[in-house]
Design a protein around this ligand. Structure first.
Ligand code: AMP
Length: 302
C-alpha cells in the first residue's frame, strides 16, 4: 500500500495525510477505519469553501476524506476542462491545515475504467433541466455520474457538499433518494470573501474590474430576500435583480426564485408556505448565474 500512498507532513506539528491514487489502496485503508467516514469531493484549486467541508467533517467526528478529480464528463466545453486550474501542491498544503485524513487523487482511468459504462441515467424531473441545466447541457449527468462513482469507491457515512452549488446538491440529494444510497448528505453554508463574493476557484481569473464589480451578485441576492419578505412579486424581483446586475457591468444569464426542494419557479412568497399536499419545503432559494467578463459565476441565497 505504501508505494502508492504518500505522507504529507506539516512542519510545526506532525499531521499525516495519506494520498491515494488507486481505488484498491484507498479501499484497503478505509476498511481499517473504525470512525464514520466523511467525504468531500472536489475538483481541486482549493479555497476556504472547500476547506470548510473538511473542517465540518472533522467537527462531526469523522475520518475526513477529500478527493481531487477534475471530472471530464461534466464539462460541456473542452476548453473549459483544459483551462481548469490544477494546483495540487498548494491543495495538499491547504488540506493539511484542516487535518484532513486522506486525499484521493485518481487518474481518469481509475474513476472510469476503460470498457465500463458508469453513466447515471436517472430521471431528475425538472431538477437538472432548469437554470444550470438549461445553460450547461450534459453537465449534471456528468456530475451525478462522478459523484455516484466516488460514493461507490469511498462508501462514506456522510457526504459534505456546498450550498454554493445549490442545484448540484439538490440533484445529488435526489440521486441518493432514487438509488437508496446509504449516505447522509450534509450541506455546508457558502463561504464568502469579506465583500460577500462567494469563494470560487474561478475568482482568481476575474479581471480587476470584474472582481470589483462581482460583490453586486451577493448584494442583489440579499436585496431579493428582503424584497420577497416585503411581498414583492417574484416577477418584479427578477426584473429588478437582472437590472441591478446588468447596471454593474455583469451579464446575467438567469435570476430565479425557486422552491428549495423541487426547484420550480415561484410566483410569490406564499408559494413557500409548507404544504403537505404539494410537498413545498418551506424554503425559497434565489439563484443566479452571471458572466463577469468571460468568467461565469453562480451564487444563491436561501
Ligand atoms: P468544486 O471543486 O468547485 O467542484 O467544489 C467542490 C465542493 O465544494 C462542492 O460541494 C461545492 O459546492 C463546494 N464549494 C465550492 N465553493 C464553495 C463555497 N464558496 N462555500 C462552500 N462550499 C463551496
Amino acid at each position: 500500500m505504501w508505494d502508492t500512498a504518500t505522507f504529507a507532513i506539516r512542519n510545526s506539528f506532525i499531521h499525516l495525510m495519506l494520498i491515494f491514487k488507486k481505488v484498491a489502496d484507498l479501499r484497503q485503508w478505509l476498511t481499517t477505519q473504525t470512525k464514520p467516514i466523511g467525504f468531500a469531493p472536489t475538483m481541486g484549486a482549493l479555497h476556504e469553501g472547500h476547506l470548510e467541508l473538511i473542517r465540518m467533517a472533522k467537527r462531526d467526528g469523522c475520518i475526513a476524506v477529500a478527493s481531487i478529480f477534475v471530472n471530464p464528463t461534466q464539462f460541456n466545453d473542452i476548453r473549459d476542462l483544459e483551462k481548469y486550474p490544477r494546483t495540487a501542491e498548494k491543495d495538499i498544503e491547504l488540506l493539511l491545515t484542516t487535518h484532513c485524513d486522506a486525499l484521493f487523487m485518481p487518474a481518469v482511468e481509475e474513476v472510469y475504467p476503460p470498457g465500463l459504462n458508469l453513466t447515471i441515467e436517472l430521471d431528475f424531473k425538472q431538477l437538472d433541466k432548469v437554470m444550470e441545466g438549461e445553460f450547461r447541457p450534459g453537465h449534471f449527468k456528468g456530475m451525478a455520474t462522478v459523484v455516484n462513482r466516488l460514493l461507490e469507491i469511498v462508501q462514506p457515512d456522510k457526504l459534505y457538499m456546498g450550498q454554493k452549488d445549490f442545484q448540484q446538491l439538490s440533484i445529488v440529494r435526489d440521486m441518493i433518494r432514487q438509488l437508496a444510497l446509504p449516505v447522509e448528505l450534509v450541506m455546508c453554508p457558502t463561504v464568502r470573501e469579506p465583500d460577500g463574493l462567494a469563494m470560487s476557484s474561478r475568482n482568481v481569473r476575474l479581471s480587476p474590474e470584474m472582481r470589483a464589480a462581482a460583490p453586486i451578485i451577493h448584494e442583489t441576492l440579499q436585496w431579493a430576500k428582503t424584497a420577497l419578505k416585503k411581498n414583492h412579486s417574484a416577477a418584479e424581483i427578477k426584473a429588478e435583480a437582472l437590472r441591478r446586475l446588468s447596471n454593474a457591468g455583469l451579464q446575467p444569464e438567469y435570476f430565479e426564485l425557486v422552491n428549495g426542494v423541487t426547484l420550480e419557479t415561484i410566483q410569490s412568497k406564499d408559494d413557500f408556505l409548507f404544504n403537505e399536499n404539494t410537498g413545498n419545503s418551506g424554503s425559497i432559494v434565489a439563484c443566479t448565474a452571471v458572466f463577469a467578463g468571460d468568467i461565469r459565476l453562480i451564487d444563491n441565497i436561501i
